[in-house]
Design a binder for this molecule. Structure first.
Ligand code: ADP
Ligand code: ADP
Length: 223
C-alpha cells in the first residue's frame, strides 16, 4: 500500500474574531504515479493542503499517510527526513537563492543533505541539462527569464529524487507560451520518473491534462 491517504484533515487558525477553519475535513486517496490537479477559488485551502501533504505545515487534526505511515505522527526529525527524501516542491514564485548560480541552487538540497560536492554537482548538471538549461549553469536567477527560473526550480525539486512532486501554481506567474513549455516539461518529468504529481492550477485546460481533478471550495473537496 504505497498510496497517499488523507483522512479527516482539519486545519484551523486562531484569529481575533475566533477560530478560522481553513480545511474542514479533507479525505483523499492518491495513487502512486498519479497526476492529480487541484483547482478551486482563491482562499479555498489549496496551498494549505499542499503544505500539509508535503510536511511543511502541521494539521490541527487528521492524518496524512504515505505507505501507511502517518507522517504527522512522526517526531520532528522524522518529518524533516520524510520531506527531504520523499517530496519535491515547486512554488509559484521560484524561491531560488538570488546570490547563487543555477547550478549552486540545484546542488543546494544535496549539499544540505550531506552529499559530497562532486556528486551534487554531477546530479545538478544532469538535471539542468534535462530541463533544457545546460547553457545556463553559471547564471544567477536574476539573469534568467521567468520560464528559465521555473525550470531551475523544477531541477532543484528533483535533485533529491523525490517520489512525490508538489507544485503550487507552477506556471501562475508566466505568460501563456512560457506556461505551456513549463507544463510540457512537467509532463516529461512525469513520463521519465513516474513520480506522483500534485499540481494546483487555476487553469481548467491545464488541469484537464492530468489524470484526475479534485475541486476545492471553502476548505472542502467537492463531491
Ligand atoms: P488557496 O491556496 O486555495 O488560495 P490558502 O490555503 O492559501 O488558499 O488559504 C485558505 C484560507 O486560509 C484563506 O482564507 C487564508 O486567508 C487563510 N489562512 C492561510 N494561512 C493563514 C494563517 N496563518 N492564519 C490565518 N488564516 C490563514
Ligand atoms: P532507469 O534508467 O534504471 O529506469 P531511472 O530512469 O529511474 O533509472 O533513473 C535514471 C537516473 O535518474 C538515475 O541517475 C537516477 O538516480 C535518477 N533519478 C531517478 N528518479 C529520479 C527523480 N525522481 N528525480 C531526479 N532524478 C531521478
Amino acid at each position: 500500500d504505497d498510496r497517499i491517504s488523507v483522512r479527516n484533515l482539519v486545519k484551523s487558525y486562531p484569529t481575533a474574531e475566533g477560530t478560522v477553519e481553513v480545511l474542514r475535513g479533507i479525505d483523499l486517496d492518491i495513487m502512486t504515479g498519479e497526476r492529480l490537479a487541484i483547482v478551486g477559488a482563491s482562499g479555498a485551502g489549496k496551498s494549505t493542503l499542499m503544505h500539509i501533504l508535503g510536511g511543511l505545515d502541521r494539521p490541527t487534526d487528521g492524518r496524512v499517510c504515505y505507505s501507511g505511515q502517518n507522517i504527522w505522527a512522526l517526531p520532528e526529525a522524522g518529518i524533516d527526513s520524510f520531506r527531504n527524501r520523499t517530496i519535491g516542491f515547486v512554488f509559484q514564485f521560484h524561491q531560488l537563492l538570488p546570490e547563487f548560480t543555477a547550478l549552486e541552487n540545484v546542488m543546494m538540497p544535496m549539499l544540505v543533505g550531506g552529499s559530497g560536492r562532486r556528486e551534487a554537482r554531477e546530479n545538478a548538471e544532469r538535471l539542468l541539462r534535462e530541463v533544457g538549461l545546460g547553457h545556463r549553469l553559471g547564471h544567477k536567477p536574476g539573469q534568467l527569464s521567468g520560464g528559465e527560473q521555473q525550470r531551475v526550480a523544477i531541477a532543484r525539486a528533483l535533485v533529491m529524487e523525490p517520489k512525490v512532486l508538489l507544485a503550487d501554481e507552477p506556471t501562475g506567474n508566466l505568460d501563456s507560451t512560457t506556461s505551456e513549455s513549463v507544463w510540457r516539461l512537467l509532463e516529461q518529468v512525469h513520463e521519465r520518473y513516474q513520480l506522483t504529481m500534485i499540481i494546483v492550477t487555476h487553469s481548467e485546460t491545464l488541469a484537464g491534462r492530468m489524470d484526475r481533478i479534485v475541486r476545492m471550495a471553502d476548505g472542502r473537496i467537492l463531491p
